[in-house]
Write a new protein. Structure first.
Length: 279
């Protein structure tokens, strides 16, 4: 069954035939109370209105439920960017007694720092950590401390070498993530999906990456593939744009050129993959 499901996932038509389901292994189910706490965090009036408008593309309740993120967990978010998921995860974990780490290069943590300063009551318990670990700085996620590590739309950046002289450092990033997780801990990945039959060189420039590449990187680091969901799939995205994934919202790199067309397509077609660090 697992082999058959994986074959479907890698087939060109699979992103659209398996919507919102697990294809290889079941997610860790949340209890009704945990699911309710997560729904409350997503619905909180403290979230930025522009962020909530993107929930229909990013499906935070379903995505975090699939990854089995409990309010008591120690959760590391790798490269939180402008804090889209920080607005959800930090209060959700704080209220449940869990721990939230925002992990990024020093400069990449500036927006999270601004959130902490602007609203210490809501974000005062956020822990900042340096990732990748070659950067200067004392704060690290301790080895073997995380229940869950999450990263949203970032693996393609590591493949492109966006922060290290254009060199692919994805294997090193996965190795560092593997070390910070507890045995049995979960790695959850969402990223822009490149069709399996596309030229692999497009991973270096387009912002899209193949499911098979992400699986290879994770499994070479020691992870076991635990499941996939199509909750963040978008069949309208053909993944062949001249300006890469940034042609689509929210970037809209072409400005007003064909803007309505790209808005109608919406955000990119995305894989949602779950991995486990073996016990």
């Amino acid at each position: 069954m697992i082999r058959q499901s994986l074959a479907l996932l890698l087939a060109a038509s699979a992103p659209f035939a398996l919507a919102a389901c697990a294809t290889a292994g079941a997610p860790s189910a949340l209890s009704a109370a945990q699911r309710g706490a997560l729904e409350a965090a997503v619905a909180a009036p403290t979230r930025t209105p522009a962020n909530t408008q993107r929930d229909r593309y990013r499906n935070p309740v379903e995505t975090l439920s699939f990854f089995g993120v409990r309010p008591t967990d120690t959760v590391v978010e790798i490269w939180p960017g402008a804090g889209w998921y920080t607005e959800i995860l930090a209060p959700y974990l704080a209220q449940g007694g869990g721990t939230y780490y925002a992990a990024a290069p020093n400069a990449g943590l500036n927006r999270v720092r601004a959130m902490m300063e602007a609203n210490p009551q809501l974000y005062g318990r956020v822990n900042l950590a340096i990732f990748p670990a070659w950067e200067a700085g004392d704060s690290r996620v301790p080895d073997g401390s995380a229940d869950v590590v999450l990263t949203f739309r970032n693996v393609h950046n590591w493949r492109m070498g966006s922060q290290r002289d254009g060199q692919d450092y994805a294997p090193e990033a996965f190795a560092q993530i593997f070390r910070m997780l507890k045995p049995g801990g979960v790695l959850g990945i969402v990223d822009h999906r490149l069709p399996e039959n596309a030229d692999a060189e497009r991973e270096r420039t387009s912002g899209y990456i193949k499911v098979s590449t992400v699986r290879r990187l994770a499994e070479e680091a020691g992870f076991r593939f635990a499941g996939a969901s199509e909750i963040n799939a978008n069949p309208r995205d053909t993944a062949d744009w001249a300006q890469g994934v940034w042609t689509l919202p929210p970037s809209l790199r072409l400005g007003d050129q064909d803007r309505d067309r790209y808005l109608a397509i919406g955000e990119s077609d995305r894989m949602t993959l779950k991995f486990v660090k073996p016990r």
